[in-house]
Design a protein around this ligand. Structure first.
Ligand code: PMV
Length: 341
């Protein structure tokens, strides 16, 4: 949706735009392999979760009300002016600046999200992406996926310290991505490739219910890496090799091989010290119930794990995960992607 200036002859004054309702959404994401090592410049693969989304709706407000937010799923309502240091307030100001909006408009933003927070499913990046898209629509601006990804990356950086950029990338492009960070801090688009997937496969995503801030395991791992860098570099190399093998398995449709690679990735994540008893238990339960492979996904110490399943064992594994205490079990079918798409 676009917003037309009140008069075609009027100068391009953003404040004269017709105020219309505008909304947008963005998907959650799951990291298939390579988390943590990706922060240390090894490759990782991430997939969008099209059916688990965050939404942002922008509506006109009375001038006296200024710019306000409500986020009912997070139990929050606030005025931008009253909470200028709130991460979403700060981000909104940056986005409006990037859109060339000079004066703070009177708007109300409603944010809703089905993505569990602090669980490794990209909630923060999805909310930010939906917000950028809704504000861009509201002001009739066209942003490329690269531009949206770069804006959201800055927000991720403020929240998480030194993120690799994989979350904002997979969420902005909404396609399976092969992500390799370069030495620079911002995520250059050249590090992103869209990978072919020869045959569809199903993942179950189970939530431990344990909320863990992304930056905690990342910071802990960094301290250990600083103390014993050679050991950790060797582990990161192994994770990187797995990512290459996963890419090859996806390209050739070797689902059984993919399962073993996910198992190996989980063992390396355990050695990196980012798993947890709850994650290990769900991984073991999934394997015992017949999953082809299982691993934690995301930053770890809580959040979600994923299990690769066939149609025959999907229900059995889902039931086993639920009985073992998973607070939520989602199934997602990763569709085939042709090389030239
Ligand atoms: O936001 P999460 O929980 O999916 O974790 C991000 C993945 C890490 O590799 C641990 C960090 C990063 O920035 O890539």
């Amino acid at each position: 949706m676009t917003n037309e200036p009140e008069s075609q002859n009027a100068p391009l004054d953003r404040s004269s735009f017709v105020v219309r309702h505008s909304s947008a959404s963005a998907p959650g994401k799951i990291i298939l392999c390579g988390e943590h090592a990706v922060v240390y410049n090894r490759p990782a693969i991430a997939l969008p979760l099209h059916h688990v989304r965050a939404h942002a709706a922008v509506e006109p407000a009375k001038t006296a009300d200024g710019f306000s937010f409500s986020a009912p799923d997070f139990g929050r309502t606030w005025l931008l002016d009253a909470k200028p240091d709130d991460p979403l307030s700060l981000f909104t100001v940056e986005v409006l600046r990037a859109l060339g909006v000079k004066d703070m408009p009177a708007l109300h933003v409603t944010i809703t999200s089905a993505i569990p927070i602090a669980s490794g499913m990209g909630s923060g990046a999805a909310v930010a992406t939906a917000l950028v898209r809704a504000l861009a629509n509201r002001f009739g601006a066209t942003l490329t996926n690269e531009q949206i990804s770069a804006l959201v990356y800055e927000n991720e950086r403020r929240l998480h310290g030194m993120p690799s950029g994989i979350d904002n990338t997979v969420i902005a492009f909404e396609r399976p991505v092969w992500f390799e960070r370069e030495q620079t801090l911002s995520p250059p688009s050249s590090s992103v490739q869209f990978i072919p997937i020869a045959s569809p496969f199903t993942l179950l995503i189970a939530d431990t219910g344990v909320r863990s801030a992304t930056k905690l395991p990342i910071g802990d791992l960094r301290r250990r890496w600083q103390a014993e860098s050679a050991d950790y570099e060797a582990l990161f190399d192994q994770v990187g090799e797995i990512a290459h093998a996963v890419r090859a398995a996806l390209a050739s449709g070797e689902i059984v091989a993919l399962g073993s690679l996910l198992d190996r990735n989980h063992m390396l994540l355990q050695q990196l010290g980012v798993s947890s008893p709850e994650l290990d238990q769900l991984v073991q339960v999934a394997k015992d119930a017949g999953a082809l492979g299982a691993k934690l996904s995301g930053a770890g110490w809580g959040g979600v794990m994923l299990a690769l399943v066939t149609a025959q064992i999907q229900q059995r594994v889902a039931d086993a995960l639920q009985s073992a205490g998973a607070t939520q079990v989602l199934a997602t079918v990763v569709e085939a992607v042709l090389e030239q798409q």
